[in-house]
Design a protein around this ligand. Structure first.
Ligand code: ME8
Length: 634
């Protein structure tokens, strides 16, 4: 492999210090942390940069409002960001602040170099200036009332002499770079930028008169001006690795990756590559762009006052639970909705029910029947090989998908194998083997499971670092990397196993349930049709365990399910738009067991699954803990 491929440089945006960190900031930082951990596990030399953006008018104004000096104010909030990342266990290598001397020196070096190359010109310009955006706006950036679309405030007419950077000169190069190198992911964001590049690029005003805005980095060639906050901020990606004087910078820069949300696509996809090109430096390798976290369909942001505090969530439910939710719930590139109910639902179903249970059951059986030592393998049976195949396929898919930033799909694949593990343990029933005197058979099953659990824990180390570490410790596996992920001889025979405390105890919570009539008013008992207990008793409701699921060809709503109840029966269910077949295997659901069999699209259906349907979509009814297939519900 070439040298460049063994280093991995990754950055978050540097966040404005006009407010405290919220879940949106934490998302980007946690995703970058996950990627940094992943590449470290693959043996790369990783450099992870984050930090704070501390200049500009907005920050000066906020400091004044709080009765503080600008420096005092930025010190305080920068410290809050750093503390949040430390408390969340973020493994950054450097925290850059734009008010630090080394950053200022790099910005001035870049400004001077570009000035000497003749990239800037001075001009008198009259335009509409938005103090929120801290720049002149074009007519396209105003709404029909003449307000700034982002800030919903009228821009101010300003006439000023300033320095400008001719971006248009680089437009055709940028188009070619975006098309040839394909650096922006997901690709629809690249296409959005290509669309902007259809028209000439207006010059970028890179200065602000000091008389109007003193809080910035002085232009080295004209002390009457400071530089534009974005020009200053983007350069953090170079100053953070020691550009230009520390020779290390170039070894990292060759494999640079930036992660941002879509709000700051334009400066990263247009200004930044052009600045690098003008400097004579290669552009970044990849720009990864994610969507917004929304609350009740609105972007989570300080100005809307709908922010969620990531530290509170992690204190209450654990850092790993927060990380799991963020990786699992957002399809990278698209918006996702945050709600505490969904957070807890995800936690209970995936972490407490599927993963936590599997670990606890397996380790408990080893403690109980094998004296807490990994048992030896005896002869492996067909079902054991089949199980290994399912695990190997899921792990390979997971790693591929993770690397491509398809995090939610990666986790879905892995969970398919985790759920299947619970089916494997149920079917092979090692406790029964023990009781019937076949301890060697039980040992083989439990060793197979322990090795799969090691693979899951290792695979999940970038996402669930703390619990993975604990699980590997419980298995006496130690600090291993991805090279042993599918080694079925690890953990070693005879190694100690302890079950420890449950890693993800279930959290009881009450979901908000609405019961309203068509006028939106609460329904009274009288308005509802009432059933007698005899009528209710006619319903044969039972627990069914889904052991097979597939889409019915030629339909987009229907799935064919095979359910243990306790006998195996076939059910056709209209839930294909809400659940992938792989998500369902191993799940326990509630079924109506005494419905007359019927044919749906020619396929026999012997029962019905119960589910709720609300404004968020459809959710299956599942028992609160693992139960027995066929158990009656009353
Ligand atoms: O733009 N959903 O800083 P900023 C998801 N200083 N991510 C969100 C989010 C949300 N609701 N809200 C914020 C700046 N973010 C500049 C950047 S970089 C050279 C300069 C995250 O404090 C997301 O990463 O406004 C977004 O791009 C960033 O915070 C904006 O942070």
């Amino acid at each position: 492999m070439r040298g460049v491929d063994r280093v991995f440089y990754i950055t978050t945006p540097i966040y404005y210090v006009n407010s405290y960190p919220h879940l949106g900031h934490a998302y980007t930082t946690i995703i970058v942390d996950g990627l940094a951990r992943y590449y470290r596990l693959k043996g790369y030399k990783v450099y992870f940069l984050t930090g704070t953006d501390e200049h500009g008018d907005k920050i000066l104004k906020t400091a004044e409002e709080r009765g503080k000096s600008a420096q005092e104010f930025v010190d305080e909030i920068a410290q809050a960001f750093r503390k949040t990342w430390d408390d969340l266990g973020i493994t950054y290598d450097n925290f850059i602040r734009t008010t630090a001397e080394n950053h200022k020196a790099t910005v001035q070096y870049v400004l001077q170099t570009l000035y000497e190359k003749g990239e800037f010109y001075i001009d008198e310009y009259e335009g509409l200036y938005c103090y929120g955006c801290e720049r002149f706006l074009t007519s396209k950036e105003l709404d029909d009332k003449g307000l700034c679309k982002d800030h919903q405030k009228p821009p101010v007419k300003l006439r000023e002499k300033n320095y400008f950077f001719n971006l248009e000169k680089y437009r055709s190069w940028l188009r070619e770079f975006l098309l040839k190198e394909d650096p922006i992911y997901p690709r629809f964001y690249r296409d959005e930028v290509l669309n902007l590049l259809e028209e000439p690029l207006p010059p970028l005003c890179i200065s602000r008169p000091k008389s109007r805005l003193p809080w910035g980095i002085e232009l080295p060639f004209d002390s009457n001006y400071v530089t534009y906050v974005w020009f200053d901020a983007l350069i953090n990606y170079l100053s953070g690795i020691g550009f230009p004087h520390n020779p290390l910078w170039s070894s990292y820069w060759v494999n640079a990756h930036h992660v941002i949300a879509k709000d700051i696509l334009k400066p990263h996809a247009i200004y930044w590559p052009i600045m690098l090109r003008a400097l004579g430096l290669p552009p970044y390798r990849k720009l990864y762009v994610h969507g917004y976290w929304l609350v009740d369909s609105l972007k989570m942001s300080k100005s809307l006052g709908n922010v969620v505090d990531p530290l509170e969530l992690s204190k209450q439910y654990g850092r790993d639970s927060l990380r799991y939710f963020l990786f699992r719930e957002m399809a990278f590139g698209y918006d996702a909705e945050f709600s505490i109910d969904q957070f807890l639902r995800r936690y209970n179903s995936d972490l407490a029910n599927d993963y936590g249970n599997l670990i606890y059951r397996t380790f408990n059986l080893i403690e109980k029947y094998f004296d807490g030592k990994v048992p030896p393998y005896s002869e492996l049976k067909e079902e054991d090989y089949k199980y290994r195949e399912v695990v190997e396929e899921a792990i390979n898919k997971y790693l591929r998908l993770f690397e491509g930033l398809f995090f939610h799909q990666a986790l879905e694949e892995l969970w398919q194998a985790i759920r299947y593990s619970n089916v494997y343990i149920d079917h092979t029933a090692p406790w029964k083997e023990i009781k019937e005197g076949r301890a060697d058979r039980a040992g083989t099953i439990l060793r197979n499971l322990s090795s799969a659990i090691k693979a899951f824990a290792l695979a999940l180390r970038p996402i669930l670092p703390e619990s993975s570490e604990k699980i590997l410790e419980f298995l006496s596996v130690g600090n291993v990397d991805y090279s042993v992920i599918l080694n079925w001889d690890l953990p070693k025979e005879g190694a100690s196993v302890s079950k420890g405390a449950p890693l993800f105890p279930r959290i009881e919570f009450r979901e908000k349930v609405e019961s309203k009539n068509s006028q939106g008013e609460e329904k009274s008992h009288m308005e509802r049709e009432l059933l007698s207990i005899e009528e209710f008793r006619k319903w044969d409701l039972r627990i069914g365990k889904i052991v097979f699921a597939e889409k019915i060809e030629g339909t987009d709503k229907l799935l064919r399910l095979e359910v243990l109840c306790p006998e195996r029966r076939q059910i056709v269910s209209g839930i294909a738009q809400y659940y992938a077949p792989s998500e369902l295997i191993g799940r326990e659901v509630v079924i109506v067991a005494n419905l007359k069999p019927a044919k749906i699209r020619g396929v026999l259906s012997e029962g019905m699954l119960l589910a709720v349907h609300d404004e968020k979509g459809l959710a299956l009814i599942i028992p609160e803990r693992e139960t027995t297939p066929g158990a009656k519900i009353s």
